[in-house]
Design a protein around this ligand. Structure first.
Ligand code: FES
Ligand code: FES
Length: 195
């Protein structure tokens, strides 16, 4: 039974994937634990629980955030998107489709966080945000091309213990509309295998 509001608990309404959920949580409850333990949204994964692996990445108002470092009570009023909410009905999000087509995963544990992060990376890049890999960060400079180096840097907060990084970079590039040489080769091989 859900605890009643008190000096240590509060009722919060969380807007998750377009649906409002009202629940009473201990003030120390992280958004990650509220999603997984209270709302059964277990697509968001817990890895380190201390902000270092990116497995718990969700989108808050369209920007990526590690949900293990976010208090559930502080997420009230924000638009929260988890991996369960990125597809359009039966149609996968282009980033999901690219991960599937290019094997951007092995065990899949880090994948929900990788995909949420990649969605935001593509938007950040399209908005002209530089990264630590960008040569010219002056405001007047042209947006950096989304090179594999840029993708690796921008995705560096998402660790993959399986080491699927090569395919992850290819998948992010494809979802952004850029074909890396390796992904093109992969596509040819896949088509050849299907023929
Ligand atoms: S579980 Fe949140 S960053 Fe690792
Ligand atoms: S696919 Fe296994 S941890 Fe990334």
């Amino acid at each position: 039974m859900a605890p009643a509001p008190s000096s240590t608990n509060s009722a919060v309404t969380l807007n998750i994937n377009g649906e409002k959920h009202t629940l009473t949580v201990d003030h120390r409850t992280t958004l990650l634990d509220a999603l997984r333990e209270r709302l059964d949204l277990t697509g968001t994964k817990k890895g380190c629980d201390q902000g270092q692996c990116g497995a718990c990445t969700v989108l808050l108002d369209g920007r990526r955030a590690v949900s293990c470092l976010q208090l559930a009570v502080a997420a009230e009023g924000r638009e929260i998107t988890t991996i369960e909410g990125v597809a359009q009905g039966e149609k996968l999000h282009p980033v999901q489709q690219a991960f599937l087509d290019l094997d951007g995963y092995q065990c899949g544990y880090c994948t929900p966080g990788q995909i949420c992060s990649a969605i935001a990376v593509i938007e950040e890049h399209a908005a002209g945000w530089p990264s630590a890999a960008t040569d010219d960060v002056r405001p007047a400079a042209a947006p950096p091309p989304l090179t594999p180096e840029e993708i690796r840097e921008r995705m560096s907060g998402n660790l993959c213990r399986c080491g699927a990084y090569v395919s992850i970079v290819q998948a992010v590039a494809r979802a952004a509309g850029i074909e890396t040489e390796a992904a093109q080769t992969e596509g040819v091989e896949t088509e050849g295998a299907a023929a």
